[in-house]
Design a binder for this molecule. Sequence first.
Ligand code: ADP
Length: 489
Amino acid sequence: MFKKVLISNRGEIAIRIMRACRELGVKTVAVYSDADANALFVKYADEAYHIGPSPASQSYLNMDNIIRAVELSGAEAVHPGYGFLSENPEFADRCRAEGIVFIGPSASAIRSVGSKVEARKTMEAAGIPVVPGTKEGITDIDRAVGVADGIGYPVIVKSSAGGGGIGIAIVHKSEELPDAIESTQSVARSTFGDDTVFIEKYLAEPRHIEFQILSDSSGNTIHLCDRECSIQRRHQKLIEEAPSPVMTEELRAKMGASAVEVSKTIDYENAGTVEFLYSKGDYYFLEVNTRLQVEHPITEVITGVDLAKEQIKIAWGDELSYTQEDITINGWAIECRINAEDPLNNFVPSPGKVKRYRSPGGPGVRVDSGVYAGYTISPYYDSLVSKLTVWAQDRSEAIERMKRALFEYIVVGVKTNIPFHKAMMNSAAYQSGELTTHFIEDHNILEDVERLSKSEKAKGESLASALTADDKKIAAITAAVEAYIHQKQ
Ligand code: ADP
């Protein structure tokens, strides 16, 4: 096994990977920006290297500085986490050229699905169902209008290099299409440096269902069942669950086989996710995420497989620890992404100092976080406070458990979307399991959020005022406790 691994990421996912390393007896190296000098993941690591100023472009995206930290530390491998350089084929290539193991797929596998247009073509050729749409990127607007008229409206214009829900436009009429194409092209150009866009039929009442895959260097590939990620805002996932409420054994076998086929088609190695849209009994390939996903914990808790450890073992050259027959589903899992954002003000990020923090516990509760009382959530990166995952025997118990965990959660100092999650768990429509990607727009969730935010605010105020006098003492105690837990081993 590797002796030392560098994690080129930050926050909760850096800690998640370091936990896997600690259990495998592997030493860890953190890299950090100015803004993260006091972050938990830096304390958790056995060694840490400063790689630049706070903006990600100068630190977590700075390949030269990361490679230099690998060299200085003597780490043999790099785990990229999610986001930042995790799906950058240049970085994967660069690591390999320098003799560093990149814990992830090959650069060519990343490239083969990095362009959605190319990925659609590859999958269609391999017999995987794709959403009806344009075969190539749009070069001629009149022709594109012709294709869209043929498919029938509504259609969705998507950026080929897109990610994170950016560069997407839904179009209901032929007349609106030229403008939508131009504006999507311009967003794609400025965000991704590639203005290729394409058109797909906009599916009615789609569900986002994805399959976790694992593949080793000996060519063994398995899937670890499904996750439903339909609860999204602006195409960004907020609540995920596993398994999908709509899944049957028959459908799982079919979609799982497609996911494995996708993986084999691109010679994929390591952990990955094949995303599908599901609508009215049919499913369509959406994209491949060539990394560990934010929502991987729900798969871990229902299958018992430690995905982060499997990734490291695969990169080391081990064969998979599991066969497809070993993978069974036990119970139900739900994950809420707890973000520092204001659900009553268009979910704008609410970075700042966390004054009080107490995460929930008890049976079936898992919290992945990099936050503690006294920690400042930086405006430079995502506003994730934690991923709150619950496990239970079935879906209704999981919902009750999530309600209980949300009730126990105390975050004072920054606004969070906890009231939104409470409203969701209380929603009869959510409880029914009839989900679509526009669930939030279709149901009156925000009204309930307003009411729940008031009680959350009152709770925060009473807790803040009760303890103000002891602020410094509490911060000192918390810091000492965290430093002890996270001390270098
Ligand atoms: P990104 O890479 O930016 O996440 P995706 O292609 O994965 O973009 O799509 C993000 C989300 O947009 C999906 O989860 C779904 O909610 C919606 N979406 C994408 N394509 C379609 C489609 N053809 N019909 C309906 N909704 C779609």
